[in-house]
Design a protein. Structure first.
Lengths: 451, 245
């Protein structure tokens, strides 16, 4: 029954705090919390959820001292066990959602590599998962959204309603309005367990072939690449594939959620260096040549959650993640050219993920398109900007693009070159927000929004 | 257990209601906005996956709403084993000093009307041979402190009332749980810089549930606040005049 304090009552100036992106990109600003998103977002420049986007997408623009946190707005509003249709407030976390869905034999149609995202964030980034090659992005499974647009109106949109607003919002990084409610179709799974296989792959060409072949029979595929090995071993790694286990294959028990170990503090900057990363990669690559078995759904779908607070590994300067998609039209050599640029500069870190992407989704700025996606962590050094520039030039030459939810370094001219859909997105955005009120640090950096 | 909760649409009350629902208790929600109550009831129904969660309008600013709302709860649940009060008003000391009408409202709601609600709940629980009354007071009532002079005074009064209630009715079967939350990151404290030991609603709710199960008359949550307040209670007046907390 506590009232939302009147705007200005809690003096933001006396409460300096730091907001972070997951890559530990920071700026001084606060987030305000309320169960009542409708009131909270009245004059908010931006909404944010769990702050798991890596760069500056969840940070308010420089002239605004705050963003609205959706985290307390986490109620499930409806769930139909016949159809799987679920409606919830935007701040519901995927972890919480899974606790509700799994015991009932359901699973979200698409999940990203971590459970620590909100439904609103999943829509804003139009997340993809291991099943992108068959099921597309999360946006493809939405049946409706409720938004607060910049002029204060509350609008419902969906595949059959206010379609332009819907398409701009899916993958629109929260820039079309504040996402208040999300409705989507959850799916039945055979059992709560996953039947998984992994296989060692010798180089990048074999990897792409392996992904395409696995994608024909398996709903879930992805691979891990050792980005430090060059030459003949360029792009060697482990390919993983999986599907829901049938009731007969699965153990009778239900998967128990375990609390993972945490990185307890920010490690010194030198902790991750070429030698430690090389050692890690060698260990990982030399795991058994091939493996098949029943996997825990969390370890299979959310490998990023195996260690809590892992962004502390990268030291006080933090890190960025570079994720791009290289279209099929660029030919099979595109991934090799990209990895050559990356390894030549030695900028990559241990986790480099490769993924087979299906067709482009309905979201106007949605990231994936048919081809191969590669993602790698890059610890921030003095030359990170130059490295990202070089990678971006490579990606532009091959007709690819980068993922906004990961980005902190791309230059606006590079983004424009990658994204012919941007003018249309900006045009639609202006229809609901002529004054450009809703914006982020990222939209100021990349789209030329006012500060 | 059959549980009526006043203020469970938000914050610690919401988190506690979810824990109770997940462990299979039958719930009934009391609160101000019917639409808000309906949304929370639906959330609890989906999370628990069994049975309906009823609700009824009840406003701490309108004491005449207390008896009918509790009667609705008793009727819907077929009795009452636990009544939880997490509703209340909060505003900063500066705001309350500048707005005497708001100060009057806050003092009335957080003390007089909360006590009157507890009296109504106590009568109904006792009429059925006893039960548990769990009420959120605050560490703000532990010591007269600069940032919470008025709010703290109301909570101090509430704490004393709950203590007396425990003494008077314990042997007759009434269990009183006085919860003293420290700083918890809810919408109530939104915009205030969180101090060390700030809690999240869910962790605090787990602690409250433990106190209810074990019949603790007083519980601090998060637990570190017991130590913090023990120190603050021991500080001499000349220190309290100088420090900001």
């Amino acid at each position: 029954m506590a009232d939302v304090p009147a705007r200005g009552e809690a003096n933001l100036k006396t409460a300096p705090a730091t907001l972070w992106g997951w890559g530990r990109v920071a700026r001084t600003a606060t987030e305000r919390r309320s169960e009542d998103l409708v009131r909270l977002t009245e004059d908010a420049p931006l909404s944010r959820g769990l702050g798991r986007s890596y760069g500056d997408s969840s940070l308010p623009p420089p002239s605004e001292p705050w963003a609205a946190s959706t985290l307390l707005a986490d109620r499930i509003l409806a769930f139909d066990e016949e159809t799987g249709r679920l409606r919830a407030e935007a701040g519901l976390s995927l972890a919480d959602l899974l606790r509700v869905l799994r015991p009932r034999g359901f699973f979200p149609p698409v999940v990203p590599g971590t459970q620590w995202v909100t439904l609103g964030g999943m829509v804003a980034a139009d997340v993809h998962g291991k099943n992108h090659h068959v099921d597309g992005c999360f946006g493809a499974h939405l049946t409706g959204l409720r938004l607060r647009v910049a002029d204060g109106r509350i609008l419902d949109c969906g595949p059959e309603r206010e379609r332009d607003l819907f398409r701009a919002t899916v993958g629109g990084m929260g820039l079309t309005g504040h996402i208040l409610e999300v409705e989507f179709l959850a799916r039945r799974t055979g059992s709560p367990w996953v039947l998984a296989e992994s296989e060692r792959i010798r180089d990048i060409d074999a990897f792409i072939e392996g992904l395409k072949a696995a994608g024909r029979d398996w709903p879930f595929t992805m691979g891990w690449i050792d980005c430090l090995s060059g030459g003949r071993r360029l792009g060697r790694g482990i390919l993983m594939r999986g599907r829901w286990a049938t009731r007969e294959e699965a153990p009778a028990s239900t998967p128990v959620a375990r609390r993972p170990p945490e990185v307890p503090f920010v490690l010194p900057g030198f902790a991750l260096n070429p030698w430690t990363v090389r050692a890690f990669n060698a260990l990982y690559y030399n795991a058994p040549r091939s493996w098949r078995g029943i996997a825990h759904p969390v370890s299979f779908f959310h490998p990023l959650d195996a260690i809590g607070e892992w962004n502390r590994l990268y030291g006080p300067r933090g890190f960025t993640q570079y994720q791009c998609v290289l279209p099929e039209s660029a030919g099979p050599g595109a991934a090799r050219r990209f990895l050559e640029t990356l390894t030549r500069r030695g900028g990559a870190s241990m986790l480099c993920v490769i993924k087979d992407c299906g067709d482009e989704g309905l979201g106007l700025l949605s990231f994936p398109k048919r081809g191969i996606s590669i993602a790698c962590d890059i610890p921030i050094r003095d030359d990170t900007q130059a490295l990202v520039d070089a990678l971006n030039e490579r990606v532009i030459a091959d007709g690819g693009r980068v993922y906004l939810a990961k980005d902190a370094f791309t230059r606006p001219e590079h983004f424009r070159a990658m994204e012919p859909r941007l003018p249309e997105f900006q045009r639609l955005r202006r229809l609901w927000d002529p004054e450009g009120r809703i914006r982020s640090a990222q939209s100021v950096r990349l789209f030329g929004d006012r500060t | 257990m059959r549980v009526a909760l006043l203020g469970a649409t938000r914050g610690i009350g919401r988190a506690l209601a979810r824990l109770l629902a997940e462990q299979g208790d039958a719930l009934f929600l009391l609160g101000r906005g019917v639409e808000d109550l309906q949304r929370s009831a639906r959330d609890l129904e989906v999370r628990a996956g069994r049975g309906r969660v009823g609700f009824s309008a009840c406003d701490l600013e309108r004491p005449e709403s207390f008896a009918p709302a509790l009667a609705d709860a008793e009727r819907a649940l077929g009795g009452l084993d636990l009544v939880v009060v997490t509703a209340g008003l909060f505003a900063s000391q500066a705001t309350l000093e500048a707005d005497s009408e708001l100060a009057r409202r806050l003092l009335t709601v957080d003390f007089s009307h909360t006590v009157l609600f507890c009296e109504e709940a106590r009568r109904r629980l006792m009429a059925r041979g006893g039960g548990t009354l769990c009420v959120l007071s605050s560490v703000a009532g532990e010591r007269g402190r600069k940032p919470v002079v008025l709010y703290g005074a109301a909570k101090a009064g509430l704490t004393r009332y709950l203590e007396g209630l425990d003494h008077r009715f314990h042997d007759a079967g009434l269990r009183v749980v006085c919860v003293k939350p420290g700083f918890v990151k809810t919408s109530m404290t939104d915009g205030l810089p969180p101090p060390p030991f700030a809690g999240e609603p869910e962790g605090v709710a787990r602690r409250v549930l433990m106190a209810i199960d074990r019949g603790w008359p007083v519980v601090y949550a998060p637990p570190a606040w017991a130590l913090v307040m023990w120190i603050i209670r021991g500080l001499p007046r000349w220190v309290m005049r100088r420090v900001g907390f």
